[in-house]
Design a protein around this ligand. Structure first.
Ligand code: BG6
Length: 470
């Protein structure tokens, strides 16, 4: 068998997000986020206690060091710094992140810091979230504050995590607050406005001459036509791709939307209604930032097979891991076919490592001004079985290994991929699936907050040490 070796300077990281790990949702002056209310009203769980990272961060970072995890994605909770999203600074929140960053340094774990991971402060959310352009200004001010305050300790900044799923969750599937469904105008407009916020924050960072790098994380999901011979399926697949990927990649690297992208958006609006507000000065800002991204983070979990669909929009979100219950059909776009002959998770996420290779190569070939790529999230949601302190999560090892092979293949084919962050470092709570959908290298007993390394943690340690995919 050929030797599958990754570069010596490759980062073998673990990912987290503030709201999914910290707990302490109202402690030490933290402001509320829209999710606090949304979970209380609609779900059977809350973000308490999550993984209690607010207190357990020394434990998690020590484990990271022991298991060869040399990078951690964390996010800053905007409302810990500015409880209302702007105005007075909450000093205790600032000190918390200083402590986390100092601990990461002590443990030799490189922090990759995200400014916004789904958790807009509730006060701003109530005013329209990113549909309100004032939120863009507040975000840029918050970003500037973080660059000044933490700039010495952070080498890698990410503006947003997954603009695509935010807009889609908020305004198409309704599984994110404010829970609106099938409003394509709002979804695309929020994508555009967040891309503007990203571009402005990147410009600020570069103009401030801070020492590190800055980029953005997109959730790229690969879509394939159900029947590649059928032109309606091919068209449906293209529209789904524009909604999920192409609109955002265009804004990031081209500084404008291609004619094909805009035509796709208009096709969706013709059927569903809608109009985009893109100002001339917006395009100037996007254009000024398009070559300033130091890296692209790709979150990749699954691929989809899309077929044409003419009926009314209908989405059923499988939140419980009841395999085969998902429904995703969008009027004027297409339908996801879940029962294709490809393995899928209990939550109907289709496991297809080739899709990761295809997305990396798509970025390399279509957006040649990308500089480097980190796989900022990838992993398997799984109902881990805890037996006497041991967790045999072989399916997770198999999943991650196959995705590493896809990354290796892409590197061989000339893509500049510099690191991988498994989702997630330790078990975390999942926004719309609760605590049973586990992803971590370290099992968390959410009652006692004890951590237990899973079989995958030992496998990952060996991978990080040898850099060989075995
Ligand atoms: C990504 C997010 O979309 O996928 C994470 O950045 C999220 O925050 C992860 O938890 C896995 O999704 P889920 O729905 O299984 O928790």
């Amino acid at each position: 068998m050929t030797n599958l070796k990754l570069p010596e300077d490759f980062i073998f990281g673990g990912a987290t997000a503030a709201y999914q790990v910290e707990g302490a949702t109202s402690k030490d002056g933290k402001g509320r986020v829209a999710w606090d209310t949304f979970l209380e009203d609609n779900y059977w769980y809350t973000a308490e206690p999550a993984s209690d990272f607010y207190h357990q961060y020394p434990v998690d970072l020590k484990l990271a060091e022991e298991f060869g995890v040399n990078g951690i994605r964390i996010s800053i909770a905007w409302s810990r710094i500015f409880p209302e999203g702007y105005g007075e600074v909450n000093e205790k929140g600032v000190q918390f992140y200083h402590k986390v960053l100092d601990e990461a340094k002590k443990r030799g774990v490189e922090p990759f810091v995200t400014l916004h991971h789904f958790d807009t402060p509730e006060a701003l959310h109530k005013e329209g979230d990113f549909l309100n352009r004032d939120t863009i200004d507040h975000f840029v001010n918050y970003a500037k504050f973080c660059f000044e305050e933490f700039g010495d300790k952070v080498n890698y900044w990410t503006t947003f995590n997954e603009i695509g799923p935010i807009g889609d969750g908020q305004y198409i599937s309704g599984k994110f607050p404010p829970g609106i469904k099938y409003d394509f105008e709002k979804a695309f407009q929020s994508h555009h406005n967040m891309m503007l916020a990203h571009a402005r924050a990147v410009k600020e960072y570069k103009e401030g001459n801070y020492k590190g790098e800055i980029g953005i994380v997109h959730a790229l999901q690969t879509n394939y036509p159900y029947n590649p011979e059928n032109s309606d399926d091919v068209r449906a697949c293209k529209l789904q791709d524009i909604l999920q990927n192409q609109f955002l990649l265009d804004a990031t690297f081209n500084g404008k939307y291609s004619d094909e992208t805009l035509e796709g958006v208009n096709n969706i609006f013709e059927v569903n209604g809608g109009n985009l507000d893109i100002k001339e000065c917006d395009l100037e800002i996007l254009n000024e930032a398009k070559d300033l991204n130091d890296f692209l983070g790709i979150n990749y979990y699954m691929s989809d097979w899309i077929r044409a669909y003419e009926g009314k929009s209908e989405i059923f979100h499988n939140a419980t891991g009841d395999e085969g219950s998902s429904v995703y059909r969008l009027k004027g776009i297409g339908e996801k076919v879940f029962d294709v002959d490809v393995p899928r998770t209990d939550w109907d996420w289709i496991i297809y490592p080739q899709g990761l290779y295809d997305q990396i190569m798509r970025v390399k070939n279509t957006y040649p001004n990308y500089k480097k790529i980190y796989i900022t999230e990838n992993g398997l949601g799984y109902k881990d079985n805890f037996e006497n302190g041991k967790i045999d999560d072989q399916p997770r090892i198999d999943y991650v290994k196959e995705h590493f092979k896809a990354i290796h293949h892409a590197i061989e084919d000339g893509a500049n991929v510099k690191g991988y962050f498994i989702w997630s470092l330790m078990d975390v709570f999942s926004w719309s699936n609760g605590y049973e959908k586990r992803y971590g290298l370290f099992y968390v007993d959410f009652d006692t907050q004890e951590r237990f390394p899973k079989k995958s943690a030992y496998w990952y340690k060996e991978l990080a040490e040898t850099k060989e995919i075995k």
